[in-house]
Ligand binder design. Structure first.
Ligand SMILES: Cc1ncc(COP(=O)(O)O)c(C=O)c1O
Length: 356
């Protein structure tokens, strides 16, 4: 029996993704070979790559003058590639949690970072009324903070070029990509399994690459010129991403994903807000729809392990908060169904009835 999976990434994927990827591992395109065994430069895999890029553009409504890349190295390598390629002197970073803090550390290797942070209140909100200096090379934001459970729901505009880490909210809502010069992330949440990184980059922005020696593997132009195949790409991940994109399309695309995300999050936050035992540490307007972070009221804190075990006994898994913050986190990505959410809500209510 499949469990109710609330892992933060790697996370639950659609049945279509799992079934068709498994089939391709056993035999790819009636070729008598596994997808693991064919050349990535053969026509069959090239067709998968081309189709995946096309589907990204179609499903996400990405403008023509943007390139879509699938790379290795995770979103974490992008933390380094972005300043390496685009930071001449100074960049603005919004610090909204662990991942943006890591991105800032990489940028500091290349120049001055101007940082606005929500660290003062434990990253429980998104800073909004801040000014970006006029002389920064770019602005970097993290649109969904996977660990702290905050989210930016709108596509912001600045005078400087905007770059966003959308690792954990890509494919959850329609995005106006024209507002960003680059959007990137690890694929291991709404897009597919761990092992591929997506980069959506405005081709015109490449003219802003800093004049410094950059190793080939760390240059965006290398990967654009090589069609994400300068080196051997993460083949099986790209196949699984294509299946996920086809599933998203079948389900009704971004409009449907957006609506389902609202429904899941509403049910979770309504339950938390009505509870005497659980509470959300995040300010209401910034609460993530992808990662629902919640904690016990202080007097129930010693019951944390018991709650996790109780949820597990009811087949709800992946609820432990990130090791750096504790508490609980239910990640409700696209493949998470209302049945999964209802199962968790009834576990929370039953536990509360017993203990509160
Ligand atoms: C928002 C965000 N950015 C970056 C990362 C790091 O991604 P990776 O492990 O692919 O380097 C994560 C990982 O969960 C994340 O949630």
């Amino acid at each position: 029996m499949r469990k109710h999976i609330f892992n933060a990434g790697p996370c639950k994927l659609s049945d279509r993704t799992l079934e068709n990827t498994s089939k391709a591992i056993l035999e790819f395109n009636n070729s008598g070979q596994s997808i693991f065994e064919v050349s990535h430069r053969g026509k069959d895999f090239q067709a998968v790559m081309d189709n995946t890029v096309e589907l990204m553009k179609e499903v996400l409504n990405i403008p023509e003058n943007y390139s879509v890349l699938f790379l290795g190295g995770g979103a974490s390598l992008q933390f380094c590639m972005i300043p390496y390629n685009f930071m001449k002197k100074k960049a603005f970073y919004l610090d909204t949690g662990t991942w943006s803090t890591k991105a800032i550390a990489e940028a500091k290797l290349w120049g001055e970072t101007v940082v606005v942070s929500s660290k003062d209140k434990g990253f429980t909100y998104i800073p909004k009324d801040f000014k970006v200096p006029s002389d920064v090379d770019y602005v970097h934001i993290t649109t969904n903070n996977t660990i702290r459970g905050t989210e930016i729901f709108e596509d912001w505009s600045f005078d400087a070029p905007l770059i966003a880490d959308m690792s954990s909210d890509i494919l959850s809502r329609p995005v106006d990509f024209s507002k960003y010069v680059m959007v990137y992330g690890g694929a291991q949440k709404n897009m597919g399994p761990a092992g591929a990184t997506f980069v959506i980059i405005n081709n015109d922005y490449l003219s802003k690459v800093v004049d410094r020696p950059i190793p080939a593997m760390l240059k965006y132009s290398t990967h654009i010129d090589g069609g994400s195949m300068y080196n051997t790409p993460p083949v099986i991940n790209i196949f699984a991403i294509r299946e996920t994109l086809l599933w998203v399309k079948e389900m009704g695309g971004m409009v449907a994903m957006n609506k389902l995300a609202d429904e899941r999050a509403k049910m979770m936050y309504d339950t938390i807000d009505a509870s005497k035992m659980f509470k959300s540490p995040v300010v209401k307007e910034d609460r993530s729809r992808m990662n629902i972070v919640f904690v016990f009221e202080d007097k129930y804190k010693e019951l944390e392990a018991e709650f996790i075990a109780f949820a597990g006994s009811k087949n709800c898994v992946g609820l432990k908060g990130h090791r750096s913050v504790g508490g609980f986190r239910a990640s409700t990505y696209n493949a998470c169904t209302m049945d999964d959410v209802k199962a968790l809500v009834s576990v929370m209510k039953e536990f509360e009835e017993k203990h509160a």
